[in-house]
Each structure stands twice: as structure tokens, then as C-alpha cells.
Design a protein around this ligand. Sequence first.
Ligand SMILES: [Zn+2]
Length: 218
Amino acid sequence: MDNDHFDYFTWFNSEATEEEKALSIKAGTFEPYFKDMVFDEGSASHNLIMAKSYTNENPELEDEELDYMIPEELQYFNPQCIKYKIEERDDCNGYYSHQDKTLCVVPSCMNSDSTLLHELIHAYEHVLNEQPMYFHDSLYWVLYQKLKKCIPDLDEIITEHAYVLTGSTLYIEGGVHDILFLLKSFDLDIQCGYSLGTVFGYGRTDDFAGYTYDKEKY
Ligand SMILES: [Zn+2]
């Protein structure tokens, strides 16, 4: 991961425009929103996987030792592991290229927090999806349990999102937006005080207009 950091600072100091630097700095301030996606200490996902039943069976294992079982790729990933680009596009407001480790937004959205948050979910999810599947599943389970408490109709929304018609339409428009993506976008909507669907985009705020959440229960 040292190379990634080296690349970032080289990019920041010699290649990035002022707007792109500002975008990357703002992305850095959003890092706390994504602690659960990298199983950072204190996050709900970290608490789940550090299940005490495991330590009870292996009393000699301390929490610090268990931390080594979280892949380094997750432990060290943060918004400074990728580059940022502002570029005109006809087909979307932004995208994330895992191959190029580049997050891009169009000029009209360069000040849009929700667009940046949306693309950051893609970036974190790519790293997560390269790890053993149980990390993906654990995060899914934690987010579901948290969201279920404050979005009464969450199951209905997930069911509709699972339809192949929904998935394929979204895929054609902008790539994979799986159920985990949906749940994380709701988590960010609630934390930021947005209407449901704001971070998801693709006009979903209209689709979810009939659904509400109770932030007090989050
Ligand atoms: Zn997307």
C-alpha cells in the first residue's frame, strides 16, 4: 500500500488541478462515514466480526491478535488511495474505475457531496469484494440490522431492488449497484440527513418518496 500512497502524493503535487485537489481533500473528510466498510475499530461491522464467542473458544486470542485477521487491503484503504478527476461525461454524473484507481465526477457535480459519496461507495466496495466473501456478508448483515430499525419498509425496498429488471436497468445505465450498495447509500442518506435515494442517485429519490426513516432510531 506504500506505492498507493506514493502515487497519491505524486499525483496530488504534480498532476491534479486545483479543483481535483479540492475534491480529494473533501473525500478525505468523508473517511469517517466509511469506517464500517473497512471494519475499522469501533464500527458496527468491526464489533460484529470480533464476536466474543470466538474469543471465548480461543481465550488466548486477544482483540489485537484478531485485528490481524482483517485483510491489510481493508485496514489501509482510505480516500487517499485513489486519484480524483473532474471530466465532462455525457452518460453519468461520475464513475469509479478500480483498474485506474480513479474516481471521476462531471464538472456540474464537482460540489455535490452526494455524487462524491456515491462514487466512494463504489471505491470501497471494490476493495471489499476482493476479500473473502464473509466480509461482504458481515457488512451487509450489520447495515441491514441497523437500517431495519429506522426504515419500517426496508424489506419492501430491498425486494424491489432485487428484481432483475431493476438490476439490469441500473447495470446498463451505470454498472453494478447491488443490495449492499443500496444499504450503504441509505446509511449515508440518514447520516447526512438526506431523503432516501439521494446518495443512490438515478432518480431514486422519486422512487423512494413514499418511504421515510426515523433518524432517532439510527
Ligand atoms: Zn454508481
